[in-house]
Design a protein around this ligand. Structure first.
Ligand SMILES: Nc1ncnc2c1ncn2[C@@H]1O[C@H](COP(=O)(O)OP(=O)(O)OP(=O)(O)O)[C@@H](O)[C@H]1O
Ligand SMILES: [Mg+2]
Length: 462
């Protein structure tokens, strides 16, 4: 992943700085004293062990270091580094420059806030060091460095300073184990993409939907089959594994737009309240490798791949290979069979996926069609979306006249009818009768055919 090259580059930078140290004036500073004083050795004898993490792990690093300090105590309170071009240097480099040029000084800790949930954020050290001891008692310094993508530092960092590489590595490993134990991403609903609120952070927390089964209108048995394959397998995970069965599953929901594929996914998220969910849509699909990695780490988990047809066209559509589709399928395959990970794919063009999926069997083991609602479905939908109002209309004619519409059409129809009721009787309860419903329906059908006409090219213009 290029991290070896980066590590190598960092090592080289360290050597260069160390060489500069040797020829430098050795002018001391409070900062250097703080470091060397705690470690009990001069700067050239200090080694640093680093681990880079994606930006969204910042809070986890903070949490891991705090847990480590709780175990091993804090010998030197958090301190920071002031002055200079802090963003361009690595830690040892900064210390070396502090020593040779006095450009960096002892400063206060930089803090930043970072999200730990859809409505929660926490303070995390953006740049700071703290003195503690290794499991064997040797003095070490632990540093946290937040990502500053605007300055080219794309990842956040955990650094351990010690006079021994072995000791530093031990401490880093322990912090990492504690990070895994306290993982803040576990059980969250996470979406890959870019967030306008948080710069170019790539992972955002979403609130978990709360939907009940009554709110999902599907033909008899469809939701039950979907639940068996997702919630059912999760509920019997251990017994299934013991019986030699695999847990990983892939479910494809396909059907026309607006029939409830996303709606069903949202329902499943509510049904699995402690399961980690990782959502990928559109351009974020390119993060599927990272998503699969997170899903494996945070199981039980669900990876939602919305509208996969956007990236997964049949190869016969052109000579161009669709590398993203194969990356996606490989990522699905890369997760071990015994992992409690569900891949939930949605599409309204299953045909385009068919060949690719058939060529690589085992990725999707259940495909469920989410069809347009039949008459019973349309009635159920009309009743569902009129729960908050008074429905006096005779539904029979409306159900007949809405043959072929989607579930979301039925939902919108009731909103329009309610609006009409409010326009007629602004001060009364919302009562939807025959007049309101049929007017709203006519309006929507007219709008629909007008749009269809203009999309197909107006015959009047010819
Ligand atoms: N089967 C359904 N039962 C109840 N409500 C539904 C159903 N289908 C759709 N709706 C309502 O319509 C809205 C839009 O549907 P949804 O986003 O699930 O469609 P979709 O199948 O994912 O379409 P697309 O293929 O365009 O992504 C939902 O948020 C929900 O309010
Ligand atoms: Mg959808």
């Amino acid at each position: 992943m290029g991290s070896t090259e980066r590590d190598l580059a960092a090592d080289l930078a360290r050597i260069v700085h160390a060489a500069a140290d040797e020829v430098g004036s050795g002018r001391g500073s409070e900062l250097i004293e703080k470091v060397t004083g705690h470690l009990g050795a001069p700067l050239p004898e200090v080694v640093v062990v680093t681990r880079n993490w994606p930006m969204w792990e910042h809070a986890n690093i903070q949490r891991g270091v705090e847990a480590y300090l709780a175990e091993h105590g804090k010998a030197v309170d958090w301190f920071g580094i002031a002055g200079g071009q802090r963003t361009h240097e690595d830690l040892i480099g900064m210390l070396a420059i502090a020593r040779t040029q006095g450009m960096y000084e002892l400063g206060s800790v930089d803090y930043t806030t970072t999200a730990i949930g859809p409505d929660d954020a926490t303070e995390a050290v953006q740049l700071g060091l703290v003195g503690t001891s290794a499991p064997g008692g040797e003095p070490v310094l632990v540093a946290i460095r937040g990502a500053t993508p605007q300055w080219g530092l794309e990842q956040c960092r955990l650094e351990v300073l010690s006079t021994s590489r072995v000791t530093a590595t031990q401490v880093r490993d322990r912090v990492e184990r504690l990070m895994a134990e306290h993982d803040l991403l576990r059980g969250q609903v996470l979406a890959f993409g870019t967030s306008e609120h948080r710069g170019n952070e790539l992972l955002t927390f979403l609130p978990r939907p709360t939907l009940t089964g009554e709110e999902v209108v599907l033909p008899d048995g469809v939701l039950a089959a979907i639940e068996r394959h997702t919630v059912g397998i999760a509920a019997h995970g251990e017994r299934l594994l013991a019986a030699g069965q695999h847990l990983k599953r892939g479910l494809l929901l396909h059907g026309p737009p607006g029939t409830g594929k996303t709606h069903t996914v949202r329902y499943l998220m509510s049904r699995l309240p402690t399961t980690t969910v990782v959502i990928l849509t559109g351009a974020a699909m390119r993060f599927v490798g990272k998503a699969a990695e997170l899903a494996r780490r945070l199981q039980p988990s669900v990876v939602v791949l919305e509208d996969v047809d956007l990236i997964a066209q049949d190869r016969s559509y052109g000579p161009m290979v669709q590398p993203l589709l194969f990356t996606l399928l490989d990522a699905m395959d890369g997760v071990g069979g015994d992992a409690d990970v569900t891949f939930l794919l949605t599409t309204n063009r299953a045909g385009e996926l068919e060949k690719a999926l058939a060529d690589r069997p085992g990725r999707v083991d259940l495909a469920v069609e989410i069809p347009l609602p039949d008459a019973a479905g349309r009635e159920a939908l009309l009743r569902l979306y009129s729960r908050g109002l008074k429905l006096t209309a005779d539904l029979g004619p409306i159900i007949e006249a809405t043959e072929g519409v989607t579930a979301s059409f039925a939902k919108e129809l009731l909103r329009r009818a309610s609006l009409r009721a409010l326009a007629l009787r602004p001060d009364d309860d919302v009562v939807v009768g025959d007049e309101e419903l049929s007017t709203a329906l006519r309006e929507m059908q007219d709008a629909h055919s007008a749009l269809t006409r203009s999309l197909l090219g107006s015959s009047a213009a010819q």
